[in-house]
Design a protein around this ligand. Structure first.
Ligand SMILES: Nc1ncnc2c1ncn2[C@@H]1O[C@H](COP(=O)(O)OP(=O)(O)O)[C@@H](O)[C@H]1O
Ligand SMILES: [Mg+2]
Length: 381
């Protein structure tokens, strides 16, 4: 009633608040619609529209869901309290209204509202920063992929011309050697670019192997002819050991070939000259194809055996020692490519010395499903 309202207004104005009075619930709703109100104080019993209904109306309005609403009720009236909560009240004030209580409730409800608003603002800020960061990251990846892709063109020209000139019989032995060096370096660079591209693809979730039926012996022939170039250059003896009865495998020929080439290239980099490198292929349990690349190099200490398959990881001893470079991407690519086939890759000791890099892939797509299921369905998709 009017007397109560005047008392309340007196207390609030004295405390520095601005107050707008409404005669009834309907007027309160209209006032709320046109004024930037920070807090609503509602009596339950009012003419025209009661407090509950006014509360529901306000809650349904824009800004109305956030504004604190304080009900003035008779002391201990549980039924009214329940109805007020249902209609959207935040708190109650019992009649007769005490000044201190009124000011305390008002202050704390306003503070809660201010904190809420700050939270919303800072959330929005964090979200927009995160979005900007994601966009920048995506942009960077796209740019990297584009540069890498564009670099492969000129490199192809270097490789092609080196091949062409190497075929000439008018070259002295030392020119031939120089050209082979050019060729091998360009080749390494080409593979690094490819590895980078595929790692980026895999980060975008797009490294899907293009599975075809691959004849393993043909694949090894390709590897062999690639290795002949390597062999001349690296002064290692590379032996490919496979059974002629190997069945075709469902695989991405290009990816698997590059995995093998990466592993062999590592062996030529890390094992001493004039030692053997063996590439072995065999069938395991009738359902997986197992590849092993064995060398007589320094091996990989047990504590680094899983680490070296991460990007940019190189052993300290190898980081500076190879003029021909490498940035710790090769094995990361190998792991992504093998896992994209549903297989596994690891390194173990070679007997009597050196390392054996091993990987297997399932022989068929069916075998892949079965293996995934046996492993707990992690890769069943
Ligand atoms: N055959 C190997 N023998 C010994 N260490 C190896 C061999 N292959 C790889 N490593 C170690 O694993 C690291 C990562 O290999 P990789 O990812 O191919 O990168 P990169 O060849 O560019 O150094 C190498 O830097 C090296 O320390
Ligand atoms: Mg490498």
């Amino acid at each position: 009633n009017l007397q109560n309202r005047l008392v309340v207004e007196g207390h609030l104005v004295a405390a520095g608040y601005q107050v707008i009075q409404a005669e009834n619930g309907k007027e309160a709703v209209e006032i709320f619609a046109f004024n930037p109100v920070d807090l609503v104080l509602l009596d339950v019993m009012m003419p025209v529209m009661d407090g509950f209904e006014a509360c529901r109306h306000i809650r349904a309005m824009e800004r109305g869901s956030e504004v604190p609403i304080l009900f003035v009720t008779a002391h201990g009236d549980l039924e009214t309290h329940e109805k007020a909560i249902e209609s959207g009240a935040d708190d109650f004030l019992s009649k007769p209204i005490q000044r201190v209580e009124l000011l305390l409730r008002t202050k704390s409800l306003l503070r809660i509202r201010r904190l809420e608003q700050e939270l919303v603002r800072s959330n929005a800020h964090v979200r927009s920063q995160r979005d900007a960061l994601l966009r920048a990251q995506q942009e960077k990846r796209r740019l990297t992929a584009m540069i890498v892709h564009d670099l492969r063109g000129p490199l192809g020209c270097v490789l092609g011309n080196a091949d062409y000139v190497l075929d000439s019989d008018r070259l002295t032995e030392s020119f031939q050697q120089a050209l082979r060096d050019i060729h091998a370096s360009a080749d390494t660079m080409d593979r690094m670019l490819n590895d980078l591209l595929d790692i980026a693809r895999s980060e975008d979730g797009a490294l899907a192997p293009k599975l075809k039926s691959v004849n393993v012996l043909d694949l090894l022939d390709e590897v062999r002819s690639y290795l002949r170039g390597r062999e001349r250059n690296s002064r290692h003896q590379i032996i490919i050991d496979s059974r002629p009865e190997l069945k075709p495998v469902q695989a991405d020929r290009d990816l698997i070939r590059r995995v093998i080439e990466n592993l062999v290239e590592n062996s030529t980099k890390y094992a001493p000259a004039w030692t053997d490198i063996r590439v072995e292929v065999s069938l395991e349990d009738g359902e997986r194809l197992l590849f092993k690349v064995r060398d007589r190099g320094p091996g990989v200490p047990p504590e680094f055996r899983s680490k070296i398959f991460e990007q940019y990881v190189q052993l300290d001893r190898d980081r500076h020692s190879h003029a021909r470079g490498g940035r710790g991407l090769g094995l990361a690519f190998c792991r992504l490519a093998v896992e994209a086939h549903g297989g596994q890759i690891w390194v173990e000791n070679n007997q009597p010395t050196g390392s054996a890099f091993c990987f297997w892939i399932p022989l068929t797509a069916d075998g892949r499903m079965a293996l995934a299921a046996a492993r707990g369905g992690v890769e069943a998709a």
